[in-house]
Design a protein. Structure first.
Length: 668
């Protein structure tokens, strides 16, 4: 049992982990994702809110592994929908992870190793970052360390603790599986491992029982509410396809928005039924075909993904950790990149390798097995920093042991002993640094960060904030069509038509298949034209020149709008200033009207007659005016009839019209 001194030291390390995370929480308030869950975080949050507030539990809940949204829903039910409350509880969970790391390190090696491993976990930037995100990562890291400690307890030979631990191992394994499906091979490995211990059959039975205690009632509940067992998420097959297909470089870097929508609708285009569960069969078939038809390429891809696993850089998946450094001084110190070399993983991997080599006599075989099995599961799908995070505390234990071993040899001047150690460190550093940059590192995610925040503001009707975030998104990434489209929608609400049209046009140009942007562009043109038309009508009586400019502007982008052409023709025929009259231009405008049926409208014929008279074609003017007069029932449309009667008298005496009834809106 650890002494009082060690317990106090362990407590101090746990407090350090909590304090550093509290500082990060206070220090990252300007981060858009701090108050606006984005992408996967938003999905978790929305499903949890629906369950906590409205009791909605349907198949959408199973898009991702379900335990974390259930965890969120429980918090929201008890404490209200509060992101701060979630983050504070996750900080406490991180303290528990730190304590489990210290405990496991002490039991595997010694007290110093455990404490140093705890410090490494407390100050590990990637863990710090994910502990404060609305993601399942922190929970997955906690389960990994709980499994590590329980697996060690199961190895006890005679005491009852080992039997209870076997039951606990099964239960925690089930929770880990429901948190992240990549735990499945690890859970199977640990069950096989405990079957080889003393009392192996009893321990295996208890482990399996613990697994069933959680999974069976959970599966029955999910089946009842959603129609699916919930043991594996509906997105699992898509993720498997993303990491295993001939075009891996394209799919691994696929971004949110239109590219993602295009991917998930592939099953529909190949004849599958709509819905994520039907799509699973399509994506599994694609993966199976890739493996069987191109086995050499598949094996080469596994090798490539293994280099991703050992990378010292943080590989993004919807969130780019390096992009968030600008919002936090704490994070910028604990995570950074110098060229291709990344801190802390480019140090952690070499030190962990050294710790593993020098600890071979102590044989932490199960620890190595846990790392290898979990790593293999990641490589089989694909590697990203948030999925690699559960390995970090185990690596910290090995790294702490390696550091202490080096320090002891340095103090005793055993330089020859250190020579192969330096060679190993150098080799692992090269492996963690040289390969790359990888496809997923080349994506510009800063624009997406602000776009996601803007979208949340847009959904909430906070137009000013949405506009600010969308502009920031475009500033970081001009090639993001969705940001242009939604910025334009906000501008439309503020009636900033010209700028809105420009952004709709950019969105449609960036992606010609972006049907929403194309439709919005046409709607914006129509709304802009209507707004200008109202302005032109208001100006007609007061400022002829300005009203004419407004109508001419409308015709530049909406030349086939009959009403505008008719209004402009009328003005050119009836202006008070003779210099502003232009009958020939008015006739030209009317001749361009489409469809030709517009010319059958008596109001339009009236304007045409006035234009003919202004152009000196009085006989034609009389003919057209007479035709229009014959179409009118004087008892119903007496105002226009009176105007036409007056016009007929004037045209018959060779005079033009100097005012009169403006034409009303035509039926076209």
């Amino acid at each position: 049992m650890p002494g009082k001194r060690h317990r106090l030291a362990a407590l101090a390390v746990v407090i350090l982990a909590i304090v550093v995370r509290l500082l990060f929480l206070a220090d990252s308030g300007d981060d858009p994702s701090a108050v606006h869950p984005l992408v996967d975080s938003r999905t978790y949050h929305e499903r949890a809110v629906e369950l906590a507030e409205d009791g909605i539990l349907d198949e959408r809940f199973l898009w991702q592994a379900p335990l974390y949204p259930l965890f969120l829903a429980a918090i929201y039910q008890l404490l209200g929908v509060s992101l701060t409350a979630v983050k504070l509880l996750q900080i406490l969970l991180a303290g528990g992870t730190c304590l489990l790391t210290i405990t496991l390190g002490r039991q595997l090696f010694d007290q110093k190793t455990g404490l140093l491993a705890g410090v490494l976990v407390a100050l590990c930037g990637p863990l710090l970052f994910f502990d404060l995100q609305l993601l399942a990562t922190g929970l997955a890291v906690f389960w990994m360390m709980a499994l590590g400690n329980l697996a060690l307890q199961v190895g006890q030979k005679k005491d009852r603790v080992s039997l209870v631990s076997a039951l606990g191992l099964g239960m925690v394994g089930a929770l880990a599986l429901l948190t992240r499906s990549t735990f499945l091979p690890l859970v199977v490995f640990l069950l096989i491992l405990i079957s080889r211990r003393p009392l192996g059959l009893k321990k295996l039975a208890l482990g399996a029982a613990g697994l069933m205690i959680i999974l069976v009632p959970f599966s029955l509940t999910m089946q009842n509410f959603t129609g699916h067992s919930g043991l594996l998420p509906s997105s699992g097959a898509i993720n498997l396809f993303i990491g295993n297909n001939p075009n891996f470089e394209e799919t691994i870097g696929i971004r949110i928005g239109l590219p993602w929508e295009d991917l998930i609708t592939q099953p529909l285009r190949h004849g599958y039924e709509p819905g994520p569960w039907a799509g699973q069969q399509y994506f599994r078939t694609q993966v199976r075909n890739f493996i069987t038809q191109q086995p050499g390429k598949f094996l080469g891809l596994l090798v490539r993904k293994t280099t991703h696993l050992f990378s010292g850089r943080e590989l993004p998946r919807n969130l780019d950790m390096y992009g968030h450094r600008q919002f936090s001084g704490v994070l910028s110190v604990l995570v950074f990149k110098v060229g291709p070399w990344g801190f802390p993983m480019a140090l952690l991997w070499p030190l962990a390798a050294l710790g593993l080599v020098v600890a071979r006599k102590q044989s932490p075989a199960y620890l190595l097995g846990m790392l290898m099995v979990y790593a293999a599961a990641l490589v089989l799908v694909f590697v990203a920093s948030r999925y690699r995070a559960p390995m970090i505390p185990l690596l910290c234990i090995l790294a702490a042991h390696g550091l202490l071993w080096m320090w002891a040899r340095i103090r005793s001047h055993q330089w020859r002993t250190l020579t192969p150690a330096w060679a190993l460190l150098l080799g692992m550093t090269m492996l963690a640094t040289v390969p790359g940059p990888f496809a997923q590192e080349k994506s510009n995610m800063q624009g997406e960060l602000y776009y996601g925040a803007g979208w949340n503001h847009y959904q909430a009707g906070e137009w000013s904030a949405a506009e600010r975030e969308f502009r920031q998104a475009i500033l970081w990434d001009e090639g993001l069509p969705e940001a242009h489209n939604f910025l334009a929608l906000v501008l439309v609400k503020n009636e900033l038509w010209d700028e809105a049209m420009k952004h709709f046009e950019v969105a449609a140009l960036l992606n010609p298949n972006y049907s929403d942007a194309v439709k919005n562009l046409e709607l914006c043109r129509a709304k802009r034209a209507e707004a200008l038309y109202r302005r032109g009508r208001a100006l007609e009586g007061d400022d002829f020149a300005q009203a004419r400019r407004v109508y001419e502007e409308i015709r530049e982008f909406h030349p086939q709008w009959p009403e505008v052409s008719v209004r402009l023709a009328w003005m050119l025929c009836t202006a008070d200033d003779p210099l502003e009259r232009d009958g020939a231009r008015a006739l030209q405008l009317l001749a361009q009207l489409r469809p030709s049926s517009v010319l059958k409208d008596p109001y339009v014929l009236y304007v045409k007659a006035v234009a003919l008279a202004e152009a000196g074609q009085f006989e034609d003017a009389l003919e057209v005016a007479s035709k229009a007069r014959g179409m009118i029932d004087a008892t119903v449309r007496s105002d226009l009839a009176g105007q036409l009667d007056k016009a007929l008298v004037l045209f018959g005496t060779g005079k033009t019209l100097k005012g009169g009834l403006p034409p009303q809106k035509s039926s076209h």
